[in-house]
Write a protein that binds this ligand. Structure first.
Ligand SMILES: NC(=O)c1ccc[n+]([C@@H]2O[C@H](COP(=O)([O-])OP(=O)(O)OC[C@H]3O[C@@H](n4cnc5c(N)ncnc54)[C@H](OP(=O)(O)O)[C@@H]3O)[C@@H](O)[C@H]2O)c1
Length: 319
């Protein structure tokens, strides 16, 4: 079982975001059944955030895990200013965010609490220092940060020992390989890979709901989908040769990098298939084919819409 600092977690975690937010509709009763199935399969690491469904996701996860909370590692995250708000927005204080998350989750302590985005107007030392004080008080178990630059990670870690960095990592988003992964490895910080299935694209999922947030993402515009689908055909070939699914190949690739992916799904069948990827070791020939098709920087379309892109590290310059 992998370790993130002092936390021991399952090889894959479960990303709960899509149960409340962003990728179409979900029924709470079905979502709770999916979370229960995840626990039964052996998932011990659950990821949520204050912003997912404006608190709905933390409440839902809290309700679902209540009976088995002590067996699990629960992670949540906060931002100082939701929706990339500027100086006109009063920043949320980490203490207030944690108190509200504790209440919604219905737990006495949150095992891992991340700064979800570094606020351009607040020094990372200030945000992380406050979270460190909340660890000392026992309200949270450990501190993480999401989508920080290598410099930000070093500054944060020098302020209070980081347990995990959470950033996007998948076949079509390999930016972190340049500077971020070497930095967290050097510092002994765990790496949690979000959107490991490329928000569904690398699992072969279709975006059908007109309100789905992916319609705002450059990578999900028709031209980008057409171009990136030609690349995805290589995953399909590997999957066919190995007799597994496209999602399993994509997840097995992320798992092979020694990081902890947190795929999300609303469906028990998808959850079970994803969990089975733990046992899929890709042969060298497949890895070479996948990495050639998804060379870093080759994906068509930015990974976020323009405003959101300002809050994540810039794409590394092509090698
Ligand atoms: N730190 C951050 O800024 C940040 C940003 C984004 C996400 N996250 C976290 O990372 C978690 C995962 O990321 P994500 O949800 O964006 O993307 P993801 O895990 O890469 O993909 C989720 C999508 O893939 C589909 N899917 C999952 N398994 C599948 C399978 N076996 N076959 C076909 N389709 C499948 C899901 O649809 P179905 O529901 O239909 O299965 C869903 O639309 C989130 O839940 C959240 O906790 C963090």
């Amino acid at each position: 079982m992998p370790n993130l600092g002092n936390l021991t977690v399952s090889r894959q975690g479960f990303g709960a975001m899509g149960l409340s937010h962003a990728y179409g509709q979900a029924e709470d009763s079905a979502s709770i059944a999916t979370i229960h199935r995840a626990i039964d399969l052996g998932v011990t690491f659950f990821d949520t955030a204050t912003g997912y469904g404006e608190g709905h996701n933390e409440r839902l996860l809290g309700e679902a895990i209540a009976a088995r909370r002590d067996e699990l590692v629960i992670a949540s995250k906060f931002v100082h200013r939701p929706h990339g708000g500027g100086p006109e927005v009063e920043p949320v204080h980490p203490r207030d965010a944690v108190e509200a998350s504790l209440k919604r989750l219905g737990v006495e302590r949150i095992d891992l609490y991340y700064l979800h985005r570094v606020d351009p107007l607040i020094a990372i030392e200030e945000s992380i220092g406050e979270l460190g004080r909340l660890v000392d008080e026992g309200k949270i178990g450990a501190v993480g940060v999401s989508e920080a630059t290598a410099d930000g990670i070093r500054r944060a870690h020098a302020t209070y020992k980081l347990t995990a960095l959470q950033s996007e990592y998948s076949l079509w988003t390999r930016d972190v390989e340049v500077e971020i992964l070497p930095t967290v490895r050097e510092l002994g910080i765990g790496f949690v890979a979000y959107s490991p299935l490329g928000r569904g694209f690398l699992a072969g999922a279709e975006v059908t709901d007109p309100n789905d947030r992916r319609h705002q993402h450059p990578r999900f515009q028709p031209d980008a989908v057409a171009a990136n689908s030609r690349r995805r055909a290589v995953i399909e070939e590997v999957a066919q040769r190995l007799g597994v699914s496209v999602a399993q190949v994509s997840l097995a690739w992320v798992l092979s990098k020694g990081v902890v992916p947190i795929p999300g799904t609303r469906h028990i069948a998808h959850l079970e298939a994803n969990w089975a990827a733990n046992d899929l070791a890709l042969d060298a020939e497949s890895v070479v084919a996948l990495e050639a098709a998804f060379a870093r920087g080759s994906t068509v379309g930015a990974r976020y819409p323009t405003e959101s892109l300002k809050l994540v590290p810039p794409e590394p310059v092509a090698a």
